[in-house]
Design a protein around this ligand. Structure first.
Ligand code: ATP
Length: 235
């Protein structure tokens, strides 16, 4: 179980997250909806140990994550795939992927197996494994970013705006892959502005505005909610 309890976080004097409580049960796919600047990335950056919470707790399978280093959090099984992919464009696809397995680097056989699993999930990356990551299309680069996160062997995955800047057909492929990863047993927290596609594959979701949760519900309740439709789906 992944559980935030009354989590707050500030950038200097600006309170970016205010009393956020949310959870994802093992195997669930939970969506965070919200406009630009609502606080979705800040939630993930705090969960993954990049920012320190001002108060509140972040629990994962009985561990308290707040105060842990990012590498310890990855070792604990919670892996963050950041907004904007954050690849090393001049490095090969395989090198970028292998960086995601840094905390497991001593287990060379395990890293090799994870790499094969990622190549099985994204066959195009096997073909392009020696190419610089920056030479790939936007959709393929997003696959590298997701693949790199999988190399960390997550039990729970934080995916920040994986559809950003991608063509509709590619968005569909990315969401299909996310659904496959989730169905194979990985808990997924998915931050998205592409509300309709995200809710289509989700179990539940939360709506974030101004660093607060303003609404939560299961997929059908959110898809049917007039406010959600107007603000995030369009009519
Ligand atoms: P987006 O999709 O645009 O990233 P978001 O919902 O992820 O939106 P955040 O990036 O978490 O939103 O930003 C939440 C608020 O915190 C915004 O008002 C943003 O301007 C502010 N913010 C984000 N990062 C910083 C930072 N490093 N320093 C100061 N303020 C920040």
């Amino acid at each position: 179980m992944l559980k935030l309890d009354r989590l707050s976080m500030s950038y200097g004097s600006f309170r970016a997250l205010d009393d956020i409580s949310l959870h994802a049960a093992p195997g669930e796919l939970v969506v965070l909806l919200g406009a630009n600047g609502a606080g979705k990335s800040s939630i993930f950056l705090t969960m993954s140990g990049i920012h320190r919470p001002a108060s509140g707790s972040i629990q994962f399978d009985g561990m308290e994550l707040s105060g842990m280093k990012p590498s310890q959090i990855v070792e604990g099984g919670l892996v963050h795939c950041p907004e904007g992919r954050k690849l090393f464009p001049g490095m090969s696809v395989q090198k970028n992927l292998t960086l995601g397995a840094y905390v497991h680097r001593k287990d060379r056989e395990g890293v090799r197996r994870s790499l094969e699993e990622v190549f099985d999930l994204f066959p195009i990356l096997r073909e392009k494994k020696d190419d610089p990551a920056g030479s790939l299309s936007g959709g393929q680069q997003q696959m590298v970013a997701i693949g790199r996160a999988l190399m960390g062997r997550p039990r729970a995955l934080l995916l920040d705006e994986p559809s950003l800047g991608l063509a509709p057909l590619v968005v569909r492929q990315v969401f299909e892959v996310i659904q496959r990863i989730n169905r194979a047993g990985t808990t997924v927290l998915l931050a998205e502005q592409n509300a309709y596609s995200a809710l289509a594959i989700a179990d539940r979701g939360y709506v974030i505005e101004g660093g607060r949760i303003v609404l939560e519900g299961d997929r059908d309740a959110l898809l049917g909610n007039e406010g959600v439709r107007k603000a995030y789906i369009g009519g």
